[in-house]
Design a protein around this ligand. Structure first.
Ligand SMILES: NC(=O)c1ccc[n+]([C@@H]2O[C@H](COP(=O)([O-])OP(=O)(O)OC[C@H]3O[C@@H](n4cnc5c(N)ncnc54)[C@H](O)[C@@H]3O)[C@@H](O)[C@H]2O)c1
Length: 263
């Protein structure tokens, strides 16, 4: 169950955070894993018996070369995890510099597009493509418009790719994490992360790398063979509706007396 034995997997953005945790998880499930990043991760790759190939996902030629190198070395590609991403401005539409927005689009959205386009080229026997979107691509967070738009695009291209590539036996899904404790999120003390924790239903801590890696592992496996074009929210119920903790924080008063909600 959930075995990835015999599968070859690439994980981008694998030098840190969710990508590194996902690479470890896929390797532990039996996959032959290739870590890729703009930063060096050769040491981490060697430690898990994996390879490392440097690539900049915002550069189509770089992603094409990554895929070609993996196909030449391993003869196949079964799982492509488009995870690399950046978040470096959260000022909002009125204040974000266009150049910052453009760079997030290039890495977060075009990076995913390049990954899907070129992985598909060598996935001759079908495959599974999983991209890391975000809850910011499912609901709006004030200030995160540029990042959120790039992630909304990831959810969109996931659905379109599923529609176009389904006949070739290639499933295309994405995961949408709430705030995850990684270098991208810092200490998680920015309000954008604190509010996500408050908006979760059952857990008052940020998500972990392993929470997200488990979802990617499932989508990569043949056990998910009926799941295609899906945006899997790894969000503690944030997207389900208003949480008690968020309402109480906003109102500054309790809304539950221990037995029932206060009318
Ligand atoms: N941490 C969160 O709260 C959170 C929440 C939702 C979604 N995400 C998404 O998860 C993904 C992973 O983020 P993380 O939190 O692990 O961050 P992270 O900063 O720990 O890791 C991101 C990795 O991507 C790499 N990278 C950046 N630009 C690249 C490029 N042009 N080409 C190749 N690699 C590049 C970085 O070197 C780094 O190793 C991102 O797509 C991010 O948007 C993160």
């Amino acid at each position: 169950m959930f075995s990835l034995a015999g599968k070859v997997a690439v994980v981008t953005g694998a030098a840190s955070g969710i990508g590194l945790g996902t690479a470890r998880r896929l390797a532990a499930a039996g996959a032959t894993v290739v870590l890729s990043d703009i930063n060096d991760a050769a040491g981490d790759a060697a430690a898990m018996g994996a390879d490392f190939v440097a690539a900049d996902v915002s550069d189509e030629d770089s992603v094409a070369a990554l895929v070609d190198e993996v196909a030449a070395a391993h003869g196949r590609l079964d799982v492509m995890v488009n995870n690399a991403g950046v978040l470096f401005t959260a000022k909002g539409i009125e204040a974000d510099a266009v150049e910052d927005t453009r760079r997030m689009m290039e890495v977060n959205l075009f990076g995913v597009l390049h990954g899907i386009k070129h992985a598909t080229r060598v996935m001759t026997g079908g495959g599974s493509i999983i991209s890391t979107a975000s809850m910011a691509g499912i609901v709006g967070f004030p200030g995160l418009s540029a990042y959120g738009a790039s992630k909304w695009g990831v959810v969109g291209i996931t659905r379109y790719a599923a529609v176009e590539l389904g006949p070739r036996g290639i499933r295309v899904n994405c995961v949408c994490p709430t705030g995850v404790q990684t270098p991208l999120a810092g200490e998680g003390d920015h309000w954008a992360f604190r509010v996500q924790v408050l908006a979760q239903q059952h857990r008052s801590t940020m998500a972990t790398v392993d929470d997200v890696a488990a979802a990617v592992h499932f989508l990569a496996s043949d056990d998910a063979s009926m799941i295609n074009g899906h945006a899997l929210c790894v969000d503690g119920g944030l997207g389900a509706g208003m949480s008690v903790s968020l309402i109480e924080a906003a109102l500054g008063e309790s809304i539950h007396d221990g037995g029932a909600f206060i009318e």
